[in-house]
Design a protein around this ligand. Structure first.
Ligand code: AHR
Length: 500
């Protein structure tokens, strides 16, 4: 089969904000305890953090990590997580029915974030708490000293401010499962008041207000309109969250889910701009897609865990084992973010270690990459620079929820060094594609590399024993000359085609 793509250096979408390669660590399951932190492990450093995990996170190149939740944050008191460790309280976590020891808190996490080269995107509790505590934590983290909370930070061992720039105003406050769930008007009001006070303490911070927890929520749309009406002036980003699953084992339908993601993004952009117009505002609200992934494999297992050992610490929750088709969808999701690079400025793969994660660990044992690790790694490594508006001509297919799904899902970026990288998923279950590339304005580029992720079994997974089962390899490539190229894309595959 044949598809074609035209790229031109003048057809640009915009700069790719590196923060779209963000991720997320929540105090949930074995993300922190038994994930990034395992004192006594042969690979643990002096602070108890696993060096093998640090290495893998660094490999992914994650510039920003959302922390400490998630649903967890809506019942969390930040003061519990600072100060002498032996005085920190153990608390019941009503989000995940576990017990939180607070052994790892804000200071320890900030140290770890420094080790992996990431900034923190700190979520505050707007569930059981309000603007007063929001003000206090900004003072604690970012004020230089000479006030109650900044002096408390200094006493706790950090003379210099932590300098946290991005803050989330709560988490999924539209969801009835959330502690302190609110109506859109209630949330918009409290988010606005918290935002004002937080920015009065530190005017350099950026704030993300909670959009809907999914486009499937009955209140989606109305939630955004109502709460933006309350807080538009004082926030900078609106959040989007979305997880996909394939419980009916419909691979073509599953791979088409990035169409849903694209619709979601465009609907939220339209609502932000409608409120902007209504309010006669100059400021544009951009998008923080701060939770995205595949999540469904572990649902039944989690119910069993809770039946057995509710309130246990570090329960092995949300430990999805990702297969090859999940990696293909992750690739299409990343392509969708690049295509919307003008408005999606932050995105967080949820999550990073053990909990719906690209990186897995075993207690006392190894650390390995799941299938979804690879598309993320590739786009984070080669997708920086400028997102290009690719003109793609491809045959399409229909599935249960979508008509006209492109068989070749593709986009491209122009690196600051002049290199061009094409990312594409061949969604065709059976047939290879020949992709004709027209690189008209790029001069004499040579085909530097074709990276391929493919497995004959869509359900193939990586395990500690067989971590290289689904792993990138050299692709078949093709020819490139005189500003044109022809590349072979094997059936069902993730492809990274690099021109230099
Ligand atoms: O990432 C897992 C959970 O998914 C988060 O805690 C919550 O925000 C979302 O529902």
């Amino acid at each position: 089969k044949k598809a074609s793509m035209i790229l031109d250096r003048d057809y640009q979408i915009g700069k790719v904000d590196p923060r779209v390669f963000g991720s997320f660590i929540e105090h949930l399951g074995r993300a922190v305890y038994g994930g990034i932190y395992e004192p006594g492990h042969p690979n643990a450093d002096e602070a108890g953090f696993r060096k093998d995990v640090i290495e893998k996170v660094r490999e992914l190149g994650v510039p920003i990590i959302r922390y400490p939740g998630g649903n967890f944050v809506s019942g969390f008191n930040w003061e519990d997580s600072v100060g002498p460790r032996d005085q920190r309280p153990r608390r019941l976590d009503l989000a995940w029915f576990t017990t939180e020891s607070n052994e790892v808190g804000l200071h320890e996490f900030a140290d770890w974030a420094g080790k992996v080269g990431s900034e923190i995107m700190y979520a505050i509790n707007l569930g059981t708490r309000g603007p007063e505590n929001a003000r206090d934590i900004v003072e604690y983290a970012n004020h230089k000293g000479g006030s109650k909370f900044s002096d408390m930070r200094i006493k706790n061992g950090k003379k210099d401010p932590l300098g946290i720039k991005m803050w989330c105003l709560g988490n999924e406050m539209d969801g009835p499962w959330q502690m302190g769930h609110k109506t859109a008007a209630e949330y918009g009001h409290i988010a606005n008041e918290a935002a004002k006070m937080m920015k009065w303490v530190d005017p350099t911070i950026e704030l993300v207000a909670c959009g809907s927890s999914s486009s499937q929520m009955p209140t989606f749309g109305d939630w955004e309109l109502t709460m933006l009406n309350e807080c538009y002036e004082n926030i900078d980003y609106i959040s989007l969250h979305r997880y996909y699953g394939n419980p009916t084992n419909d691979t073509p339908g599953f791979l088409a889910r990035s169409m849903d993601l694209d619709d979601f993004i465009h609907t939220v952009i339209s609502i932000c701009d409608a409120v902007k117009g209504k309010k006669h505002q100059k400021k544009q609200i951009n998008l923080s897609f701060d939770e995205w992934n595949v999540w469904y494999h572990s649902n039944e297992q989690d119910k069993e865990i809770w039946k057995r050992e509710k309130w246990g610490p570090a329960l092995p929750l949300l430990e999805d084992v990702y297969n090859f088709e999940d990696a293909l969808l992750a690739g299409s999701i990343l392509i969708t973010f690049l295509r919307n690079a003008d408005r999606v400025k932050v995105a967080c793969l949820a999550q990073l270690v053990n909990v719906i994660a690209p990186i897995m660990t075993r207690k006392g044992g190894g650390c390995w990459a799941q299938t979804i690790f690879y598309p993320f790694l590739h786009v984070s490594r080669y997708g920086r620079g400028t997102a290009l508006k690719a003109i793609v001509n491809t045959p399409v297919y229909d599935c249960a929820d979508y008509e006209g799904v492109p068989l070749v899902d593709a986009t491209a970026t122009l690196g600051d060094d002049g290199s061009v990288t094409v990312f594409c998923v061949n969604r065709d279950m059976k047939e290879d594609f020949c992709l004709d590339l027209d690189l008209r304005s790029f001069g004499d580029l040579r085909l530097a590399e074709h990276i391929l992720l493919h497995h004959d079994d869509v359900k193939a997974v990586n395990t500690e024993e067989n971590p290289g089962n689904v792993t990138p390899m050299a692709g078949p490539g093709g020819k490139a000359e005189d500003g044109k190229a022809e590349i072979r894309l094997p059936a069902l595959s993730w492809n990274v085609i690099r021109f230099e």
